[in-house]
Ligand binder design. Structure first.
Ligand SMILES: C[S@@+](CC[C@H](N)C(=O)[O-])C[C@H]1O[C@@H](n2cnc3c(N)ncnc32)[C@H](O)[C@@H]1O
Length: 256
């Protein structure tokens, strides 16, 4: 346990990731698995390798931050986004949308596709993540077949170009609408005045105190009646406590 406390401090110094806000048990298990897989002997040897081997550092960061994502993830939520959330915010003045913990960009590009279909251009489509290399991947916009599996054949044909056997590249006309930025949800200040914030499959790794602090920050960042969308395993038990009301499955709305 003492070793793990030291490791958390070393990881913060080396990678800038604050593990004190993440669930200990889950993180420790993942780190131990990594150590075994790479035949390292100790936490100290892991830290030495992170300091001296940039490729190992990048792979470990990706592993630690768990950046799995795919297009139109959770079809039920995207159905409501398409039929109710986007039509509602398209009526507003200069709408702003933020995907927090955006990973490879699949979530924000899915939103951008739906907006293009609805012929609606927001004033900002922001995608942020802690992990810089993953944001670089998002900007390139090249995906494997399993990452686009939830995309309809119609959208695949219209918004992607097939590359080789199993790669799909998103069109520039979609990419150019999105601003990608590095942002640490635990440490950086939050931009404000959003009509829609998606923070899905990011919270689960944080302690419940951290989750509550982050939800309060997101609510502050929303305009009145703004929408807040979480992952299916992250539903908010007492939304009224945060000034939210349940709108639909995984979707909340800020009360005015
Ligand atoms: C599982 S992915 C979720 C991607 C997308 N939102 C989705 O649901 O498909 C989680 C992302 O959260 C990011 N993340 C983890 N901790 C973070 C933090 N403190 N600040 C910002 N992003 C963070 C990770 O880098 C990772 O890309």
């Amino acid at each position: 346990m003492v070793d793990y406390e030291k490791l958390k401090r070393d990881i913060d110094r080396t990678l800038g990731i604050d593990l004190t806000s993440y669930k200990d048990q889950q993180m420790r298990r993942r780190i131990n698995q990594w150590i075994e897989r790479h035949r390292l002997n100790s936490y100290n040897q892991l830290v030495d390798t992170l300091k001296t081997d940039p490729a190992h550092r990048q792979k470990f960061t990706e592993y630690l931050t768990i950046n799995t994502s795919n297009f139109f993830r959770d079809a039920r939520v995207f159905e409501v986004i398409k039929s109710e959330v986007l039509p509602s915010i398209s009526q507003r003045n200069r709408p702003r949308i933020w995907s927090a913990g955006a990973s490879i960009g699949a979530e924000i590009y899915s939103i951008a596709i739906l907006m293009n279909e609805a012929k609606f251009t927001p004033s900002l489509l922001l995608a942020t993540d802690l992990d810089e290399p993953i944001l670089e991947k998002a900007k390139v916009g090249e995906y494997l077949s399993n990452q686009v599996a939830g995309t309809s054949p119609e959208y695949l044909a219209k918004y992607f170009t097939k590359k080789g056997n199993d790669r799909w590249v998103i069109h520039e006309s979609i990419k150019e609408n999105v601003v990608f930025k590095k942002h640490d949800l635990l440490r950086d200040s939050y931009e404000r005045n959003f009509d829609l914030i998606l923070c899905r499959n990011v919270f689960i790794y944080f302690t419940s105190e951290t989750q509550h602090r982050l939800i309060a920050n997101f609510v502050d960042s929303l305009k009145p009646n703004g929408f807040f969308i979480v992952g299916s395993a992250e539903q908010i038990m007492d939304p009224a406590k945060f000034g939210l009301e349940r709108f639909s499955y995984c979707i909340y709305q800020k009360t005015s």
